[in-house]
Design a protein around this ligand. Structure first.
Ligand SMILES: Nc1ncnc2c1ncn2[C@@H]1O[C@H](COP(=O)(O)OP(=O)(O)OP(=O)(O)O)[C@@H](O)[C@H]1O
Ligand SMILES: [Mg+2]
Length: 390
């Protein structure tokens, strides 16, 4: 069903490193080309700040997700890029050109909305053809391009159906086909999979990932689902209250969060509160002394939070201490709760002194024995204890 993409429009750009590029040096240079630049962009509604002054660069061919809680400013950024919302301050560059005063339609961007925004009285073919007809493209060419776009999203054979005769996932695919049919060099998607069930979401996530790879388009993708953002993106821009909290690769956000908000929002976490008594030692509010990854930029005595990811903590039955010799931090405690979620088992351990640790281990016969009330020893490394700014 799904034929390889034929490039219909030379607006399509290839990602850095694709075989259509020449030398490796060229690929390196391309990797740094800026496709979208926000300079000092802010948005106020009356006195209310939707977006504080923000700088953001999206590189050519990049998949960048805007992630964050509801009301954090994700759609505001996307709509400012699209031209649907005028910024209060700052300017927007697209491919090096200042487009701050350019109306949305002339920015040449593709947009996929959460609610599909299909035209209900038009069938699938005409919905997909709509943008091409506006551009006054010939009938034969329209036929070719629509067929191609429908092949890409696996909807050949559905041309005559009206939107109401399609499932949610199929409507969403029409939304995507309608966008890719005119090969925009930048595609903006605002929570496109928000309304779909888990299985369908996963299926369409894989399709969006493949489309991005095949088309080489620069893609800005809004989501509040951190797993989706980590899975799909080259980089993630995490928003909090109209500010950028951190921009980085999924690995950077997960392993090197800049503050407690990022650590808490991305992945599961233990955030242990205390004071640094040395560059590599924390005294917790429960009175435990823990070895932490050595840190600069925090004064001794400063109140901090220390991040330990649940999968970094080892747990064994019995209160013998010393879980693994190389680990620096040990506690004994009792299992407060377990939760089996298929391949993983989540365990909460109440340590002596009161500290509650969340632990994640691969489900097995061993994890079966770790039931509530079991005395256990837990241990983790100093290098897995990351000191964060509050
Ligand atoms: N037209 C408007 N008038 C007044 N305030 C607005 C307007 N549009 C957005 N806001 C406010 O700006 C802030 C950011 O909104 P935005 O839509 O960017 O959030 P979001 O991160 O996309 O949230 P969600 O995940 O709920 O879609 C919110 O506090 C919102 O109430
Ligand atoms: Mg939104």
């Amino acid at each position: 069903m799904k034929a390889p993409l034929r490039v219909m429009n030379m607006e399509v750009r290839h990602p850095a490193g694709s075989q259509s590029r020449g030398s490796e040096a060229q690929a390196v240079a391309d990797a740094h080309r800026d496709m979208i630049v926000l300079e000092n962009v802010s948005k106020l509604y009356g006195q209310a700040v939707a977006l504080h002054e923000t700088d953001l660069v999206v590189r050519e061919g990049e998949f960048l997700s805007l992630l964050g809680p509801s009301g954090s400013g994700k759609s505001t950024i996307l709509n400012i890029i699209a031209g649907a919302v005028a910024p209060t301050n700052g300017r927007i560059l697209l491919n090096g050109q200042d487009v701050s005063m350019v109306p949305p339609r002339e920015r040449g961007l593709g947009m996929v909305f959460q609610n599909y925004a299909l035209l209900p009285h038009l069938n699938v073919f005409d919905n997909v053809a709509f943008a091409l007809r506006i551009r006054r493209i010939g009938k034969e060419e329209i036929g070719k391009r629509v067929r191609n776009a429908l092949e890409r999203v696996g909807l050949v054979g559905y041309e005559e159906r009206k939107p109401r005769e399609l499932s949610g996932g199929q409507q969403q695919r029409v939304g995507i086909a309608r966008c890719i049919v005119y090969s925009p060099s930048v595609i903006l998607m605002d929570e496109p999979l928000g309304a779909l069930d888990k299985k369908l979401r996963e299926q369409l996530q894989a399709e969006i990932k493949r489309l991005h790879k095949d088309l080489g388009t620069t893609l800005v993708y809004v989501t509040h689902d951190q797993e989706e953002a980590l899975d799909l993106s080259d980089r993630v821009c995490l928003m909090n209250g109209g500010h950028i909290a951190q921009v980085g690769t999924p690995q950077e956000l997960y392993f090197e969060p800049v503050n407690a908000f990022v650590a808490d929002f991305v992945g599961e976490s233990n955030l242990i509160e205390g004071r640094l008594t040395a560059r590599d030692t924390l005294t917790t509010t429960d009175g435990l002394t823990l070895a932490v990854r050595s840190t600069e930029g925090h004064a001794t005595g400063a109140p901090v939070k220390v991040l330990v990811r649940p999968e970094k903590i080892r747990v064994i039955e019995g209160a013998e201490q010393q879980v693994v010799p190389s680990q620096h931090n040990f506690c004994t405690g009792v299992i407060a709760q377990t939760s089996f979620v298929g391949s993983m088992t989540r365990i909460a351990v109440r340590c002596q002194g009161g500290l509650l640790l969340r632990i994640k281990i691969a489900s097995s016969r061993v994890s079966d024995c770790l039931t509530a009330g079991t005395p256990v020893s837990v241990g983790w490394a100093a290098s897995d204890s990351i000191v964060l700014k509050n």
